[in-house]
Design a protein around this ligand. Structure first.
Ligand SMILES: O=P(O)(O)OC[C@H]1O[C@H](O)[C@H](O)[C@@H](O)[C@@H]1O
Length: 574
């Protein structure tokens, strides 16, 4: 059906809630919006479905949530009674309509006789991942748009292993959802009936306790933490979201006794009023934390995004200012600390494995290789780290030590199979304790690592290309660059190009197949000066991402080089 016809059908639908009707008449004035919102069905990206909270088949609303849940329900029904009884765990974040969508999904699954465990209140994404495994459920759903702006919501789907569904399963859920002929008529059973039948079960504190018990296993040197607890004051912000539900107990039981929340950001609020985007990548989200840190003379601020899967940190510099660390820098500090600790305690084994994405820093890999452990690259999306952990657990080939992505995602203990900001926060606080025990700050620690391994510095830039026009532009740019086989960038020779879509590796000696990873629209360039560059359209936001990683003798040179490469990339994307 054409976009306009579908739009008209929505306009004529009687029972549409008033807020959607209002949005339809307001936004529907713009024909580009109609084309974008109704021209296609919203599909799975890097981390499930994500879109603006608006009417439309390419948006997140009660109907698109209903349709995809119906797809999941049919898939589970097809697997049979055992899968139905194992059930689905559902959680939600602090966004507008999150609870409503979660309950709607519960009622649709219940209508298919599928057992549902519904969290009684908002909870972190990693806790949902943990709960799927803990309850031996068949699947999980989380209603969240993670770190996106307040206008967004989303739908993450998990498999029985607790990882977000990989592309094949997600494709099946999508396919099944496409069999729904009337998006306005997906059947949902009444809550009272589902409760009476015991098909719908509420969960909450019971899972919190189990998750907290698991979180106790994350820190590797509790004595060190205890001995240095007084030296460390941590300011913590949940950025108006789910971290609020668990952080206090998690830090306290870990031995971190001086943790002070940022009051204005510890209010659960779908407006995210203190930020433009509640994303711990950005300096402005730390502003209230910096103010508090100055009052309390704290050197470290930890932030978790609204669904508490991303963790970021801001640290005091020598001149008293504050600096936001990149996800790569945080991961570098963490892996170095972990490996030093393993070595010092005589537990370092060569089958430990570090997993990261092809667009993350090469520094943690350099460190891991120096300590003689295994390393593995996967595509962007924590589900691929989840898949690799699953492979290891089945084959016993490799022992999971850490997974990370430059996008502020870390995991250490596989009781959760998605990035876990609570694990990240506990580990980073331990890293800070380690340096405090040596009368150093984490920035001193980073400098020490750079002196040993050389300075690596990465910048990721996201260039906005919204709507269907933006999608077309991104596709054109990628295919143009793909065909160009650039020989130099910014005056430096390109030694190798990896094309993850064509699965080819291009060097001056010709074209070789690139094996080992599924197809993905990513181009990666390796340059003669140890720089790598990558380009890919984001799977969670309407942006194209340009990644630059340089390796230089010192940080000032590295900064300058990375900026200059970013400018060169921006020109390529004109
Ligand atoms: O670059 P994108 O496709 O937007 O994805 C960026 C990140 O988004 C989410 O946080 C996913 O959970 C991550 O796995 C991913 O790295």
């Amino acid at each position: 059906m054409k976009a306009r016809e579908t739009f008209q059908k929505w306009q004529q639908t009687q029972n549409l809630p008033a807020y959607l009707k209002d949005q339809l008449s307001e936004l529907g004035q713009d024909s580009n919006w109609v084309e974008d919102a109704f021209g296609q069905d919203i599909n799975f990206g890097t981390a499930g479905m994500r879109g603006r909270l608006e009417p439309g088949t390419n948006r997140i609303n009660l109907y698109t949530v209903g349709r995809v849940t119906e797809g999941l329900a049919r898939l589970i029904n097809e697997k049979g009674e055992q899968a139905q009884n194992k059930g689905v765990v559902i959680s939600f974040d602090s966004r507008y309509h999150s609870r409503e969508f979660a309950e709607h999904a519960a009622r649709i699954l219940g209508n298919h006789n599928i057992h549902v465990y519904l969290f009684d209140d908002l909870r972190p994404t990693p806790e949902l991942s943990f709960a799927v495994r803990y309850l031996h459920a068949a699947a999980g759903i989380n209603i969240t748009a993670s770190h996106n702006a307040k206008q967004y919501n989303g739908y993450k789907v998990y498999g029985a292993d607790g990882a977000q569904m990989g592309p094949e399963d997600a494709e099946r859920v999508f396919e099944y959802s496409q069999r729904v002929t009337d998006i306005f008529n997906v059947q949902a059973a009444p809550v009272v009936q589902l409760r009476a039948q015991k098909t719908l079960q509420l969960i909450g504190e019971d899972i919190d306790e189990a998750y907290l018990a698991a979180l106790k296993t994350v820190n590797v040197n509790p004595d060190l933490i205890r001995q240095n607890a007084d030296k460390l004051t941590i300011i913590y912000t949940p950025l108006h979201g789910t971290g609020k539900m668990i952080y206090d107990r998690a830090f306290r039981q870990g031995g971190f006794t001086n943790v002070i929340p940022v009051p204005s950001q510890a209010i659960i609020d779908p407006e995210f009023p203190t930020t433009k985007k509640p994303n711990p990548e950005y300096r402005d989200v730390f502003d209230p934390g910096i103010k508090l840190a100055n009052e309390k003379q704290a050197d470290l601020i930890i932030a978790t995004d609204p669904d508490a899967d991303r963790m970021g940190a801001c640290v005091r510099t020598k001149n008293g200012d504050f600096q936001v660390l990149t996800g790569n820098q945080i991961a570098t500090l963490m892996i170095y600390y972990l490996l030093v600790n393993l070595k010092n305690s005589g537990q370092l084994a060569s089958d430990y494995e570090l997993i990261t994405s092809v667009v993350s820093s090469s520094m943690p890999f350099k460190i891991a290789q120096d300590f003689g452990i295994k390393t593995k690259y996967v595509l962007t999306g924590f589900k691929f780290i989840g898949e690799e952990i699953d492979r290891m657990s089945k084959t016993h080939d490799g022992k999971f030590l850490m997974g990370f992505e430059e996008s502020y995602g870390y995991l250490f203990k596989p009781f959760a199979r998605d990035k876990d900001a609570m694990q990240g926060a506990l580990m980073f606080a331990e890293v800070a304790s380690y340096y405090a025990s040596r009368n150093m700050t984490v920035l001193d620690g980073l400098n020490e690592i750079w002196q040993k391994y050389g300075t690596s510095y990465e910048i990721t830039k996201a260039i906005e290309m919204p709507g269907i026009g933006g999608q077309k532009k991104m596709a054109l740019l990628m295919s143009k660059l793909r065909s160009e086989h650039l020989e130099e960038i910014n005056g430096v020779k390109v030694n190798k190009i990896q094309d993850f879509l064509k699965q080819q590796e291009i060097t001056e000696n010709g074209v070789k197949p690139l094996a080992g990873l599924p197809k993905s629209n990513v181009l990666k360039y390796y340059l003669a000066d140890e720089t790598w560059l990558a380009l890919r359209p984001s799977g969670t936001e309407p942006v194209i991402k340009a990644y630059v990683g340089v390796n230089k003798p010192d940080i000032a040179t590295a900064h300058a080089a990375a900026e200059s490469y970013q400018k060169a990339m921006a020109k390529l994307l004109k």
